[in-house]
Design a protein. Structure first.
Lengths: 368, 329
């Protein structure tokens, strides 16, 4: 059984009211989203600004209430939980936000930040909390002596480690990562991505990874759902989706990402026009205003998300007629032979010489 | 490459004097040149000095707290010694800049037309009517639909991608010889980024202007640049033609950067990481500034600052262990 099952999730925000409070316009932020996630796996929600990916993550945690749909976590229907049961659920599902500068309380020390969830959920007796905080810090590659410091004393990457530590303090089964590396510099980004993967292997965590960056998603996801204007337009296992993207929007996203490889031979799908507003999404297929393959049917009739036997689903009327996708990503491997050797040497050496408090140190999983 | 470059930076040093008396070494001995019609990518992470370098070219650094030495030769001027009045004539005219945040770099209380026309009138003069016509023409060049109508709209009516197009139109208003683009696509979604990069390529081909593109995204560099300069802690650590740099980088920092980006064309089990932190630039290290984080560092690296040397024709590296192939063969 899947850890998380989401069925027909809908959230419309009120955008405008008349003088007498009658609703005039809705933003259809999430409009019929369904997916499931296995324990210990990573599902990536991908899309551009305003596609509803962050709203989905907040709906799952019931930080906002959905208008329709069901969310089942470990067999329980989340939407029918009362306050006490909801609190218990939130111990099992945590979230990490994009901006580590904004998501940590500047007036609390790291120890306080990490002790709070332990106390709230009454997980660890007060006498052992200090030891537990040290364990968690070691787990995310920070030195326990840093617990007395305040967030402003840390760099962006270290703060994101603290945010991860806070999420992991309550031993969740599911962690929602909402653009966790978008605000970080490239070299720091790779440290956090490596850490997230290592923690997943070690602790059996399931991730919902919300991101606009398909290169990052390719690195971390087992399964990918591409969203456009509140709906999933394509979902598949990560290998499948990157090897053979079916929906024109997924193809456009993939081809739009600049590759760190000069003169890479690849087909370009440059979309014309702007992203339509979710306030007034186009009729029929919501992608039709930007789609290079649009026909009359797309303007009138919304396509259903149809899955094949392997679980690769796309919502497009013309999916069987589209040209093959093999030119969107170049077949040649990214690194030149010389660079591959250099990078391997670089990584090998740094592993041996990781500085204290920065590298990922060996730590045992926390015990209660 | 032509004999005399369009812009030539020699031994640029920039220090900031803080309120508490601390001196930050923002940029140190930077040498750069860009030929007519070429695109140079200036790459590095936050705080490496890439934006400060561009602000120095534009003469936009605060005079009271900044100490600048060296020379920036552009079009017969030394920009560091040019009086403010002349600099104002150059900026927006032969020298133009696009910033990262199109939301904050347009004035919200004027229409986009007013803002473009102001630039044209300031530098070119002439009747307002013809300036307006030129503004419409510029908006059309950056592919803004129905420019005759859009020109009278205020910035808040436009989306992020549109605003960035307006910024580009404004920068192109007086046919600049040099365009500095500071992270022009970082705030945009990928499909819009692709449109803007396409536009920049197109405009470069049409106008022959030189571009300095400042970015942290090596993918963007690979797509639009001819030459790349990698900056670390205020210094240029490597300079090469774009193909060279991506095929065989000669500075360990560049190797680390290239290894640490997740790639669409290659799935690594483990990404490379650059351990440690950037040095405190109030007291830069005596030797190589990257030595403390460098897996290839020797004792000698921490002792004396390495010079920027030519490893192969046109490929410069600030590393005493270059060529790096020796280390892995």
């Amino acid at each position: 059984m899947a850890l998380l099952e989401v069925e027909g999730l809908v959230k419309h925000f009120v955008a405008e009211r008349s003088l007498f409070g009658r609703v005039r316009a809705h933003v259809k932020a999430v409009d019929g989203v369904s997916f499931s996630l296995q324990a210990g796996k990573t599902l990536a929600l991908v899309g551009e600004s305003g596609c509803g990916k962050s709203t989905v993550s907040r709906l799952i945690l019931r930080l906002i209430e959905p208008d329709a749909g069901t969310v089942r976590f470990d067999g329980r229907d989340l939407l029918s939980l009362d306050a006490a049961a909801l609190r218990k659920f939130r111990r099992e599902a945590q979230i990490i936000f994009q901006d580590p500068y904004a998501s940590l309380n500047p007036r609390m020390t790291v120890a306080q930040i990490l002790t709070e969830p332990l106390a709230l959920h009454d997980l660890v007796p007060p006498a052992q909390r200090r030891e537990r905080v040290a364990d968690i810090l070691r787990l995310v590659g920070l030195e326990p002596r840093l617990a007395r410091r305040y967030p402003h004393e840390f760099s962006g990457g270290q703060r994101q480690r603290i945010a991860i530590a806070r999420a992991l303090a309550v031993e969740p089964k599911l962690v929602i990562c909402d653009e966790p590396v978008s605000a970080l510099d490239v070299s720091i980004r790779s440290q956090i991505l490596n850490l997230l993967r290592e923690l997943q292997d070690r602790l059996g965590l399931a991730y919902i990874f919300v991101s606009h960056d398909l290169a990052v998603v390719k690195h971390i996801a087992d399964r990918v759902a591409v969203m456009n204007l509140g709906q999933i337009v394509e979902t598949a296992d990560a290998g499948e989706l990157f090897a053979e993207p079916r929906h024109p929007y997924s193809r456009a996203l993939l081809s739009a990402i600049p590759l760190p490889q000069p003169h890479a031979k690849r087909a370009r799908v440059v979309l014309q026009g702007e992203i339509p507003s979710a306030l007034n999404p186009p009729a029929g297929c919501r992608f039709h205003t930007r789609c290079p393959f649009v026909i009359d049917r797309c303007r009138a009739e919304a396509p259903a998300l149809v899955s094949d036997s392997a679980g690769h689903a796309a919502a497009c009327h013309r999916v069987s007629e589209l040209p093959p996708a093999d030119t969107i990503l170049p077949a040649t491997a990214g690194f030149s032979p010389a660079l591959a050797k250099l990078v391997a040497a670089f990584s090998r050496k740094t592993e041996g010489a990781a500085g204290p408090g920065v590298g990922i140190q060996s730590a045992s999983p926390p015990t209660t | 490459m032509s004999a005399s470059p369009l812009i030539e930076i020699r031994d640029l040093r920039i220090r900031f004097h803080g309120d508490d008396g601390r001196v930050t070494h923002a940029v140190d001995s930077v040498d750069l040149s860009v030929a007519n019609g070429a695109t140079l990518g200036l790459v590095g992470e936050s705080g490496c000095g890439k934006s400060v370098t561009s602000l120095a070219i534009m003469g936009l650094l605060p005079k009271q707290t900044t100490e600048i030495s060296g020379a920036i030769r552009f079009d017969g001027f030394d920009l560091l010694k040019t009086p403010d009045q002349t600099l104002r004539d150059l900026r927006g005219n032969r020298l133009a800049m696009i910033f990262q945040e199109p939301m904050t770099s347009l004035n919200p209380s004027f229409t986009i037309g007013d803002q473009i026309i102001e630039t044209i009138l300031r530098h070119r003069g002439g009747p307002r009517k013809s300036a307006r016509e030129r503004a419409i023409e510029l908006l059309r060049r950056v592919h803004i639909p129905s420019p005759e109508r859009r020109i009278d709209e205020y910035p808040h009516k436009l989306s992020g991608g549109m605003r960035q197009r307006v910024m580009i139109a404004m920068a192109l208003a007086c046919d600049p010889r040099l365009l500095i683009a500071d992270e022009p696509t970082t705030a945009l979604d990928v499909t819009l980024q692709a449109q803007i990069l396409e536009l920049m390529r197109e405009l470069k081909a049409a106008s022959g202007a030189a571009i300095i593109l400042i970015t942290h995204d090596l993918g963007v560099v690979a797509e639009v640049c001819d030459e790349v300069a990698v900056m670390y802690a205020g210094e240029i650590v490597e300079r090469a033609a774009v193909d060279e740099l991506f095929a065989a980088p000669q500075h360990p920092y560049t190797v680390g950067l290239l290894g640490s980006i997740p790639r669409l064309d290659h799935r690594a089990e483990q990404l490379a990481t650059i351990e440690g932190m950037v040095p405190n630039m109030a007291q830069p290290p005596a030797g190589c500034r990257f030595a403390a984080r460098c897996p290839f560092a020797l004792e000698a690296c921490a002792k004396a600052p390495p010079p920027l040397v030519e490893v192969s024709p046109g490929h410069l590296s600030r590393c005493i262990r270059a060529p790096l192939e020796r280390l892995v063969s």
